[in-house]
Design a protein around this ligand. Structure first.
Ligand SMILES: [Zn+2]
Length: 242
C-alpha cells in the first residue's frame, strides 16, 4: 500500500514537472511578457514609421523621458528615413516587424526569408542589427519561429492589447491598458496609420502608470528583469538529464 502511494506521488510529481517544462519551453519560443516582481513595463509600437503619427509619439516620449521599442516595417523606414533616424537618435529600441507586413505563415520559404532580410538591410542603414522580431498580426508557425531564431531574433508578442489600430475612443485605450497592466507586461500600440487615438492616449497612460510606481523600459531591458521561480529551475534540471 505504501509503495502504491509512492508511485502515485511520483506520477503526480512527474506530471507537474513535465507540464511546467512544456510551459517553460513554450515561453522560450516567444516572449509575451516577463515574470517579475519589479514594477517595470515595456511600451512597444508597431507598423511605422508614419510621417504624421510617429513624430507625435516621439514628441510625447521625449517630453516624458520614456524609451519605447519600435517594431518597424522595412518599407515604411524607406518612406520615412528621417523619422526613423529620429527614433534611433532618441535612444528607442528598434525591432523588425518584417519588410511589408505579409501574413508570414502563408509565404514560401524564400519569400519568408526575404521579408526578414529586406527589413534588416534597410534598418541597418541607420541602426544596429535588430535582435527582436514581432510577426505581423502575431501570426506565426514553426517555420517562422525556426527561421527567426536562425537569423538571430527573439520573437516578441505582447500581453496588453488595447486594439488602438481599430480606432476605439481614446479613453477606451487608456482604460484597457490601465486595467490589464502588471509587472513585466509588454504593451502593444501602433503608429502605422492616421488617425489613431494612440498619441492622445500615450501621455495619460505614462502618467497614470508612473503614479502607480511603474518604470518604462525597452523590451531588451525588460528581459533582464526576468525572475525564475525555483520550481522552473527544477524543471530545467529535470530536462537537462535527458
Ligand atoms: Zn503590425
Amino acid at each position: 500500500m505504501k509503495r502504491f502511494h509512492i508511485m502515485l506521488y511520483a506520477t503526480f510529481l512527474l506530471t507537474v514537472i513535465s507540464g511546467l517544462t512544456t510551459n517553460h519551453l513554450a515561453n522560450d519560443q516567444t516572449i509575451s511578457g516577463v515574470s517579475t516582481t519589479d514594477k517595470v513595463v515595456a511600451l512597444t509600437i508597431d507598423d511605422g514609421p508614419h510621417y504624421k503619427v510617429t513624430p507625435q509619439i516621439l514628441t510625447i516620449l521625449k517630453e516624458k523621458q520614456v524609451r519605447a521599442t519600435f517594431f518597424v516595417l522595412g518599407e515604411n523606414v524607406e518612406h520615412c528615413p528621417q523619422i526613423f533616424a529620429q527614433e534611433v537618435a532618441d535612444g528607442h529600441e528598434i525591432g523588425t516587424h518584417t519588410y511589408s507586413h505579409k501574413t508570414l505563415s502563408k509565404l514560401s520559404p524564400q519569400k519568408l526569408s526575404e521579408e526578414f532580410d529586406k527589413a534588416e538591410k534597410v534598418i541597418r542603414t541607420t541602426a544596429p542589427k535588430p535582435t527582436l522580431f514581432r510577426p505581423p498580426g502575431g501570426f506565426y508557425n514553426s517555420q517562422v519561429l525556426a527561421l527567426a531564431h536562425q537569423k538571430g531574433y527573439q520573437v516578441v508578442l505582447w500581453s496588453v492589447d488595447p486594439q488602438d489600430w481599430n480606432r476605439p475612443p481614446t479613453q477606451e485605450v487608456i482604460d484597457k491598458v490601465l486595467k490589464e497592466v502588471k509587472p513585466g507586461s509588454i504593451i502593444l500600440l501602433h503608429d502605422g496609420q492616421y488617425p489613431l487615438p494612440t498619441p492622445q492616449a500615450l501621455g495619460v497612460i505614462i502618467d497614470r502608470l508612473r503614479e502607480r510606481g511603474y518604470e518604462f523600459v525597452t523590451v531588451s531591458e525588460l528581459l533582464q528583469h526576468r525572475e525564475m521561480l525555483p520550481i522552473f529551475n527544477m524543471g530545467r534540471k529535470w530536462l537537462s538529464r535527458f
